[in-house]
Design a protein. Structure first.
Length: 731
């Protein structure tokens, strides 16, 4: 059958379409949308250059489809993949105090009273049978990651972020790279940044993971495997240094790590399409004071590669993810939680901790308040590392604290040296929950010219009665060479055995009141010019009450907060324990106040005030008030700038002073101190007789061993210049 003309006209459009399709189909197939991958290397603080490169990438009109990062590159990459703009990331980074983040100290105001007593006294801590495999557990960086990524806590598949994301860690058992793309994002990032010797490694999915830079610092091949067609790689990792350049501990660490990854790094560079290498050679992994300069260097590197970036431009369409998570980070906006949970603690410890943080009940919290709760849990001493996770159920939001429980046994070591008191070593063996939940049993010793030993049992609070308790049994040897009441010279050596028991009540987060009883037995030998040598033994009992409030933010270099201590004691049954001779009763009262206020970002002012009085004539030399020395916290002397340790003594004391501290840079300080005071036999003389004044200028440096300080001071009592040097903790 031959088709008519009408049929031919109807077939013509169909034939034309088929002809055009087969002619251009190969061209259309060749125009497949390319997948653009972004690889961000590790490099510590140098990794902030990635922020500047991201700005350039966006200016070039490039839509990134895949992101993979290592170490610091994983953090910046995860922020970008979560929906933050480069400008938002820069603001987040700029508002943080990175020097403070890179340590483990719990915010001091969140510590309970037992922990505050020990704060600043120890340099090293061993929990259980093994030490941690790193100097920093990473609590504050964990807090930071949980806060920054709180909008995406529920995204357990990182490929479901706004931009599909993965990060690289190193399996420390095999040395091979491990790509992390599922789980809890802050935990994965914490593993990727576990810099050797600095951060403790992370146990995840049966592996012990360390910094990804050890195995693969520039993850280009991982993007290839994920389907990237075009890869932009940004490398800020260190190349190998020459022997002349290896001149610091950070440089040695970088060199050792670079040895492992150098061969892989060169291979990864050959796999990328665009390689951007910001010129950060003048900076180290820990250059926290140069963040803005490093970001600017990254932006400059992006501009130098702008012509290559623009060739990619907008050649590809946006890829639609299955589900998009967009950041809405406002640390002050409130979230209503239906329930608060804790995982990782035994049930008995959970109950104790919930009492500290206000229970499991409904609560409206912002991100800062969540972090404060985390710090309160750490302040109990029952947790060594905490992260938190925000999740949703049909009934509302749930806040879960994920806790790494502390070991029941703990050993601590502290070191101190100063010109006046010589060298001292303090050790303690601590047992947690040994007898009661929340209890602390400790055996402490100080080996020095003035040795002391102490057993302490402390319970924060008995839930049924709302009171805490403390039992102390101790021995202390004192050696004193002092001017009593400004006139007579007193040399005094004593050995004292003591026991005390007290009950206390928490009246605020930082305030505590209490009362108790004490018994002391002592052996003393003293030379009191011109009276001569005298030896005696003594015993006495006392009852006491106290109030203390401590809101200082740092034990060595506080920038804000105050300390107040008020003590009242009544001494009874004084006399020689070898016979029943009784001597008149005595009373002792003292009040101590320190207060610090920031005047600017680098300047802090502090004031001190101390006053005390003793009634009666029977107290041994151990109970007198002493003046002189610095960083003294053992209760045997009151700090006085320009005066040697325990230089002056008396039954009544009045002292005031001020301190001005200027921060040169992180942990480097210049200080000026001035004080004036009076010691006297009679309280009436405190306001009528001569005061002495003293002052000093000092340079201090904060170190892992404690503060190092060198000072030059003088006073108008002996008119001598005193050069002081000290190292280590206060105890």
């Amino acid at each position: 059958m031959v088709p008519n003309m009408h049929s031919k006209k109807r077939l013509l459009p169909v034939i034309t379409f088929i002809s055009i399709f087969f002619t251009f189909a190969p061209t259309m197939a060749g125009a497949k949308t390319p997948v653009i991958g972004l690889a961000l290397s590790g490099g510590g603080v140098k990794g902030f250059a990635h922020i500047g490169v991201l700005k350039a990438i966006e200016k070039a009109g490039i839509k990134i489809d895949l992101v993979c990062g290592t170490s610091m590159g994983s953090i910046i990459g995860a922020l970008y993949a979560s929906g933050y703009s480069p400008e938002q990331i820069e603001n987040l980074v700029a508002e943080e105090d990175w020097a403070k983040i890179m340590n483990d100290h719990v915010f001091r105001r969140r510590l309970d009273h037992f922990e505050k007593k020990n704060d600043g006294q120890y340099s090293f801590r061993i929990q259980g049978k093994m030490t941690e495999a790193g100097l920093i557990k990473g609590q504050r960086i964990t807090d930071l990651l949980c806060r920054w990524f709180s909008p995406v806590h529920e995204c357990e598949d990182f490929f479901q972020l706004r931009i599909p994301f993965s990060c690289i860690a190193t399996d420390l058992e095999t040395g091979k790279p491990v790509k992390l793309s599922k789980g809890f994002l802050p935990e994965a990032l914490r593993a990727s940044i576990s810099y050797p010797f600095a951060f403790t490694p992370v146990k995840l999915d049966g592996k012990l993971l360390g910094d990804g830079g050890i195995a693969r610092n520039l993850p280009v091949s991982d993007l290839k495997e994920a389907g990237a067609d075009i890869i932009i790689a940004v490398n800020v990792g260190s190349s190998l240094y020459t022997k002349e350049q290896i001149n610091s501990i950070p440089r040695i660490l970088e060199q050792c790590i670079s040895f492992f990854g150098e061969q892989d790094l060169e291979k990864q560079k050959t796999l990328c399409d665009i390689l951007i290498e910001p010129d950060v050679k003048g900076y180290s992994t820990f250059s926290f004071d140069s963040i803005q300069a490093i970001i600017a260097i990254g932006e400059q590197a992006g501009k130098r590669n702008m012509s290559q970036l623009k060739k990619i431009g907008k050649k590809h369409a946006d890829i639609q993810n299955i589900k998009a998570f967009l950041p809405d980070l406002d640390r002050h906006s409130r979230i209503l939680f239906k329930e608060i949970k804790i995982s990782g603690l035994s049930q008995t410890r959970q109950n104790f901790v919930f009492d500290r943080i206000g229970g499991r009940k409904f609560r409206s919290l912002n991100l800062d308040e969540i972090q404060n709760l985390s710090q309160k849990i750490l302040g109990t001493g029952l947790a060594s590392l905490i992260s938190y996770k925000i999740s949703s159920i049909p009934e509302g939001k749930i806040l879960t604290f994920v806790v790494k429980e502390t070991e029941q046994f703990e050993s601590n070591f502290g070191l101190r040296y100063d010109v006046d008191r010589g060298t001292a070593i303090k050790t303690s063996f601590l047992m947690k929950d040994r007898f009661l939940v929340g209890g602390r049993s400790s055996i402490e010793s100080v080996i020095s010219q003035r040795p002391r030993f102490l057993f302490r049992e402390y319970v924060h609070e008995f839930k049924d009665i709302g009171l805490g308790a403390e039992l102390e049994l101790g021995y202390q040897k004192n050696q004193v060479s002092t001017n009593y009441d400004f006139t007579n010279q007193l040399k005094y050596i004593s050995s004292v055995f003591s026991g005390s028991f007290s009950l206390n009540k928490k009246v605020s987060e930082s305030g505590q009141i209490g009362f108790g009883a004490q018994k002391k037995i002592g052996f003393a030998k003293y030379r009191h010019t011109p009276a001569g040598i005298n030896e005696h033994d003594y015993e006495y009992s006392s009852v006491f009450s106290f109030f203390s409030s401590d809101t200082l933010d740092d034990p060595f270099f506080p920038s804000s907060g105050s300390l107040m201590q008020v003590n009242l004691s009544k001494f009874m049954n004084l006399g020689h324990f070898s016979n029943e001779r009784k001597i008149e009763e005595s009373n002792k009262f003292s009040v101590n106040l320190l207060s610090y206020t920031p005047l600017s970002s680098k300047t802090t002012a502090g004031i001190i005030f101390f006053a005390g009085t003793i009634t009666g004539n029977s107290l041994p030399g151990d109970e007198l008030f002493y003046l002189g020395g610095k960083r003294v916290v053992d209760g045997t002397s009151t700090n006085f700038a320009g005066l040697r340790y325990q230089k002056l003594s008396g039954k009544n004391i009045l002292q005031t002073g001020a301190e001005l501290r200027f921060t040169l840079k992180n942990d480097h300080y210049i200080l000026g101190r001035w004080n004036t005071g009076k010691l006297s036999e009679s309280s009436n003389d405190l306001f009528s007789s001569k005061y002495i004044s003293g002052g000093e200028f000092a340079y201090s440096l904060g170190t892992p061993l404690g503060a190092i300080e060198v000072s030059l001071g003088s006073n108008d009592f002996d008119h001598n210049l005193h050069l002081q040097a000290s190292l280590g903790n206060s105890f």
